[in-house]
Design a protein around this ligand. Structure first.
Ligand code: SAH
Length: 390
């Protein structure tokens, strides 16, 4: 990185937000000096006062993310210290699988690092971070030991940012499968394969709590991925679980997890579309003591919001109709563009249409290793309600 970094001057209208929020869009920029894509830029306000320092990329609309608001060099040593701090913050968690670095929330926008037992998975989401991958890996290994590291870059982000997405083990192979324990339940992970980095770690705490909420009844785990919620519920004493999941890879992972936990005889996974299956179960007048709804983000952008809300309402209405008397529904939304109040209102509408009164047992969020920044509301994305029919 160059000693004297180029300068990005903000429009006056964006000055105040930039003091607490790292994202700078092209429309927020008054002018920017010559800076190579992925390089460090010093951000100044309209009156040329220092605001912070970040990484710049002229290609995407979100052209700069601020890493520090201190007047300090944003060099490899700085990056290593920031990664150290994030790892340190998780120390003593006792978890075998966890998020060690979570992008903006850990002060390293564009970087995700997850640990699965004896292996690490690194995901780079910006060009600037992807360029620094070897520095990042070296810093992680200095802190955590010489672990195998897999890459699992997001291809959509890589195309947007203009870098070649990396995938698979980096410099030497690690294990094909790692079995991690999550609150007593065994889950198989193929690092760097499958969805996300291997598991939906953001749901780790909710899986254990919701699983325990199922009692000794019948469970329906919809949008199940590798059947994590079902495994927890079965381990906690549920008599039977049905998973609904459309991805073949996830279906195979769910079956593997049932075997690993010795619950295969009580578990079933249906490789079908969740919307169709909910409708079919409703027609069949099936009843469950616990229904889990954990769909993918229906609203990927603001414009898709109305359609997303219709989707949430439909699945929640159908799930509510499947509840046995006193049954529980754990329902989630991971759409950034659907806030907690809107999600709750949508569930309320579904309950009204179903003619059901439901008590809120618990409001849920993402796991603690995905911390939320007050000033960056985008870091709070997972919302959940554990409801009980009264
Ligand atoms: N509950 C899971 C995470 C679910 S993520 C866990 O705790 O690990 C959402 C899942 O829904 C993904 O696995 C995706 O493959 C699946 N999915 C997406 N659309 C679907 C559909 N229409 N029908 C069934 N499954 C779907």
């Amino acid at each position: 990185m160059s000693k004297k970094s180029p300068v990005l001057r903000l429009k006056k209208s964006h000055e105040q937000r930039a003091r607490t929020h790292p994202w700078i869009f092209k429309g927020d920029v008054a002018d920017v000096s010559d800076v190579a894509p992925g390089d460090v830029v010093t951000v100044i306000d309209a009156s040329r006062r220092f605001v912070g320092r970040g990484l710049f990329n002229p290609r995407p609309a979100l052209c700069c993310r601020i890493f520090t608001w201190e007047d300090e060099p944003l060099d490899d040593a700085w990056l290593a210290r920031r990664i150290e701090a994030a790892v340190h913050a998780r120390e003593g968690s006792g978890r075998e699988a966890e998020r060690l670095v979570w992008s903006e929330a850990d002060g390293v926008p564009g970087l995700v690092v997850d640990r699965y037992g004896p292996a690490l998975v690194v995901q780079c989401l910006t060009l600037g971070v992807a360029r620094r991958r070897s520095t990042i890996v070296a810093a992680l290994r200095r802190r955590l030991g010489d672990l195998p590291v897999a890459a699992t870059d997001d291809s959509a982000m890589a195309a947007l940012e203009g870098f070649e997405p990396a995938s698979g083990w980096l410099d030497r192979p690690g294990p094909d499968e790692i079995v991690v324990k999550e609150a007593g339940v065994r889950l198989a992970v193929r690092p760097g394969a499958g969805h996300k980095t291997g598991l939906y770690l953001d749901q780790a705490e909710n899986r254990a709590r919701v699983g325990a909420a199922g009692g000794r009844g019948q469970v329906l785990d919809v949008f199940a991925y590798a059947g994590g919620f079902a495994c927890h519920a079965l381990a906690a004493g549920a008599t039977r679980a049905v998973c609904v999941e459309s991805s073949a890879e996830a279906v195979a992972a769910a079956r593997r997890n049932f075997e690993l936990n010795g619950v295969a005889a009580r578990a079933e996974v249906r490789a079908v579309n969740a919307f169709d299956e909910l409708r079919r179960l409703d027609r069949e007048r099936a009843r469950f003591d616990l229904v889990v709804l954990d769909p993918p983000p229906f609203a990927r952008g603001r414009t898709a919001l109305d359609a997303a809300l219709r989707g949430y309402k439909e699945i929640n209405l159908r799930a509510m109709r499947l509840l046995a008397p006193g049954g529980r529904l754990a329902t989630f939304s991971c759409s950034h563009h659907v806030d907690e109040a809107t999600f709750e209102a949508t569930c309320r509408e579904a309950a009204a249409d179903a003619g059901l009164r439901l008590r809120i047992i618990e409001r849920q969020s993402q796991a603690a290793d995905h911390p939320v920044l007050l000033t960056v509301p985008e870091t709070r994305y997972l919302k959940g309600l554990l409801l009980e029919a009264v």
